[in-house]
Design a protein around this ligand. Structure first.
Ligand code: UGA
Length: 434
């Protein structure tokens, strides 16, 4: 099957590439000529494990194309996927749909035979209906259907998530559109992936409900961690103790510095805004957002407490800047709140991240970055682990201790055990009274 994908950001690039791996003929379109030229030379705009190999393989296999020419991309395409950004609109938290509508309007000019217009970007419920109206103003209704096919991939594990998903959700109201989507995902039927066909509105809500629920689990366990610290309980054992109940499940119960990234913060805010518009209070998700915002500030205070109550004139070494491991993405990373708060309190910061330093160099002021994780520790008053990269799980602790001025380790991802930290003042999350 021939398809076009508009937008070569995270979702568009991974989805387009994986569809070509399924055997479909895919053309990815982007307005940015530099990005397209780079992709045509197998240079990736993002770091995602395995993506470069898959792009190269399918591009040279003739199934995956990159172009700036939408008309060319849409020739003969049975489906066009809209995968452009939907950032939070400044001020009100709504998803900004201007790029989605611009892509739809442009695509409409090149639809001359039946095409399914599919939203892959995360769009608020009702967007599919608005896209339908826009297309109907330009085109005969027999020429198109609008479907919603939300994406559930995680950065850092995106290819695995696409190729072996827990489920695929297709929101399409007509049999014809459903047939096109069924054909696209046919390779997944072999490994019995559940493919759910729903109405378009239901699919749109499923995407937000999934992210909001996962964010809720995180804020929930983070509040439990606070209680554990006060009463001498261990939040990791609490998470295991509740997670073994299959009704609860063990995933997304890792306490930490709060969720970040390009999805949870934006999508939880957008869901609250959509609910407000429909006079639905959505109190739980609103609290989840508040708890998370509060959490990042509280983590800076936690570090300051671990340093004896003040960091003025002190040096703090930070390992991990990205919002999670295996990505170079800094969007809404807890580090963006925690580091400036420490600087405001008078600390100087030296940091290392395996993939995020290029972006970090532009986002932080007055920070020393080093390619070597040990370099940053020299004479530091404390070491803080902000992101749980594998590289940080087996540090040479004798060396760390010899480098630090004061052997204080604040482990905001609980990758070490208190018991292994003899000789250190060790502070984890939700594990021991401070
Ligand atoms: C998330 C969802 O997991 C994907 O299913 C979804 O497709 C994607 O958003 C999206 O909407 O596009 P992602 O943002 O890549 O994926 O990353 P996650 O692995 O979900 O982590 C998000 C944040 O939550 C990170 O900051 C992570 O450190 C934090 N987290 C996650 C915790 O603090 N504790 C946990 O137990 C799990």
């Amino acid at each position: 099957m021939k398809i076009a994908v508009i937008g070569t950001g995270y979702v568009g690039l991974v989805s387009g590439t994986c569809f070509s791996e399924f055997g479909h003929e895919v053309t990815c379109v982007d307005k940015d000529p530099k990005k397209i030229e780079a992709l045509n030379n197998d240079i990736m705009p993002i770091y995602e494990p395995g993506l470069d190999t898959l792009v190269s393989k399918n591009r040279t296999g003739g199934r995956l194309h990159f172009t700036t020419d939408l008309k060319d991309a849409m020739r003969g395409a049975e489906a066009v996927f809209i995968a452009v950004g939907t950032p939070s609109r400044r001020g009100d938290g709504h998803a900004d749909l201007q790029y989605v509508f611009a892509a739809v309007d442009e695509a409409a000019d090149y639809i001359d035979s039946y095409t399914v217009v599919v939203t892959k970007s995360t769009v608020p419920v009702g967007t599919g209906a608005r896209i339908r109206e826009r297309l109907a103003a330009k085109l005969d209704e027999s020429l198109f259907d609008v479907a919603s096919n939300p994406e559930f991939l995680r950065e850092g594990a995106a290819i695995e998530d696409f190729m072996r998903p827990n489920r695929v959700v297709c929101g399409a109201d007509s049999d014809r559109a459903q047939e096109v989507l069924r054909e696209l995902y046919r390779p997944l039927y072999l490994n019995e992936t559940p493919v759910l066909f729903t109405s378009r509105e239901t699919a749109e809500v499923i995407k937000y409900a999934a992210n909001a629920f996962l964010a809720t689990k995180i804020s929930f366990i983070n509040e439990m961690a606070d209680l554990c610290e006060k009463v001498g309980a261990d939040v990791q054992q609490v998470a295991r103790g509740i997670g073994l109940d299959s009704r609860i499940g063990s995933k997304f119960l890792h306490a930490g510095p709060g969720y970040g990234g390009s999805c949870f913060p934006k999508d939880t805010r957008a869901l609250v805004s959509t609910a407000d518009e429909h006079q639905v209070p959505m109190r739980i998700v609103r609290s989840v957002v508040e708890v998370n915002e509060e959490r990042k500030r509280a983590m800076a205070d936690k570090i300051i407490r671990a340093c004896g109550g003040a960091v003025d004139g002190k040096k703090i070494a930070i390992l991990g800047l990205t919002f999670k491991p295996n990505t170079d993405d800094m969007r809404e990373s807890p580090s963006l709140d925690i580091i400036p708060a420490l600087q405001k309190a008078g600390a100087s910061i030296a940091a290392h991240d395996p993939k995020g330093m290029e972006e970090a160099a532009e986002m932080f002021e007055n920070i020393t970055l080093s390619e070597d994780p040990y370099d940053i520790m020299a004479d530091a008053d404390a070491l803080v682990i902000l992101t749980e990269w594998n590289q940080f799980r087996a540090l040479d602790m004798a060396r760390v201790k010899s480098l630090l001025k004061t052997p204080t380790l604040v482990d905001l991802r609980n990758i070490y055990a208190n018991a292994d930290m003899t000789g250190f003042t060790y502070v984890g999350v939700g594990r021991a009274p401070e």
